[in-house]
Design a protein around this ligand. Structure first.
Ligand code: NAD
Length: 284
């Protein structure tokens, strides 16, 4: 029997529990939780995600300030805006919306971000802590992948884990999270030879390639835990990196949509709560 992960149920549960904790801390300390979202330009994907993020945080009782920078904002102007929010004690977390315009590369913007307000774990300090095996604030998407494995009691220690994708925001941190929990991890990418041979060994298979249907049923080891991060819009339909029929062979499977996506939102709430509690000196 394959366990199909219900990401929306996980999100609802975490929205509820974090709303209670946010409310309790806010009542004790008299300081309401507040996060800021910075969106440079008007990319439709980024705008959609901003609206979605706002609703997610507001459901948990967290105020959201949306700062839209004009598409022609210069790099110093964008850095100055991020620096100003970083210095604002009323703001507990900051999200820089991607994709950013070409002249405002994310790697140039993160330097202005206070790592203690880094909602999605993109600051090099937080990435470095994860790389050293001592994670602090971790990107929400891979953190959600780990949350799914832990909730479903998938054994990680000693397991053969394969991650497809090595981006700084999904694949690479997923591999590092699994390594920190003592899995034996292989990272695959576009230049990997014989991908099916490698994926068939995986007891845990995490896919973050952004290629619809890249992983077919024959590439999945029977009983494997398959975590599909892929979100690919094909002819108006959202598809994962894993072909849906591969679920038959998996022991655990995250559908797209409704699997890892909502859990990413849940992990942003968790990250926001950690930053808020730290800022107020409250023990978690
Ligand atoms: P990216 O394009 O930055 O990285 C993709 C990685 O996959 C690269 O390292 C590349 O080498 C590898 N890759 C691509 N094609 C491959 C192939 N044919 N074989 C092997 N490796 C291949 O993308 P990203 O930002 O890491 O996002 C990956 C996917 O996850 C996208 O579909 C994105 O939309 C999705 N995503 C989902 C969530 C979520 O909440 N579920 C959040 C962020 C991103």
């Amino acid at each position: 029997m394959t366990t199909i992960v219900d990401g929306n149920a996980i999100l609802r549960e975490i929205q509820e529990s974090s709303r209670d904790t946010f409310a309790k801390v806010a009542a004790d300390r008299g300081i309401p939780p507040r996060v800021a979202v910075i969106q440079a330009g008007d990319d439709p994907g980024a705008s959609l995600y901003t609206r979605h993020l706002k609703r997610n945080f507001e459901t948990a009782g967290v105020a959201v300030d949306v700062h839209k920078l004009p598409v022609d904002a210069t790099l110093p102007e964008a850095q100055e805006a991020i620096g100003r929010l970083s210095a604002d004690p009323a703001i507990h977390g900051i999200q820089i919306q991607t994709p950013t315009p070409e002249h405002l590369p994310l790697r140039e913007l993160v330097g202005a971000l206070d790592p203690e307000k880094d909602l999605d774990g993109i600051h090099p300090l937080n990435a470095g802590l994860l790389a050293q095996g001592t994670p602090s604030i971790v990107p929400a998407t891979p953190l959600g992948g780990l949350e799914i494995l832990l909730r479903h009691k998938v054994p990680i220690e000693g397991a053969r884990a394969v991650v497809i994708g090595r981006s700084a925001i999904v694949g690479r941190p997923m591999a590092l999270l699994l390594l920190a929990r003592h899995a034996t991890v292989t990272i695959c990418h576009t230049r990997t030879r014989d991908l099916p041979h490698i994926t068939r060994e995986a007891e845990i298979l995490a896919c973050a390639a952004g290629r619809a249907g890249l992983v077919g049923l024959e590439m999945v080891r029977p009983g494997a835990a398959v975590i599909d991060f892929g979100l690919n819009v094909v002819d108006g339909t959202v598809l994962g990196d894993v072909a849906p029929e591969a679920a038959e062979r998996a022991g655990l499977f995250t559908p797209v949509p409704g699997g890892t996506g909502p859990v990413t939102s849940a992990m942003l709430l968790k990250n926001a709560l950690v930053l808020y509690q730290r800022a107020l000196g409250v023990e978690p």
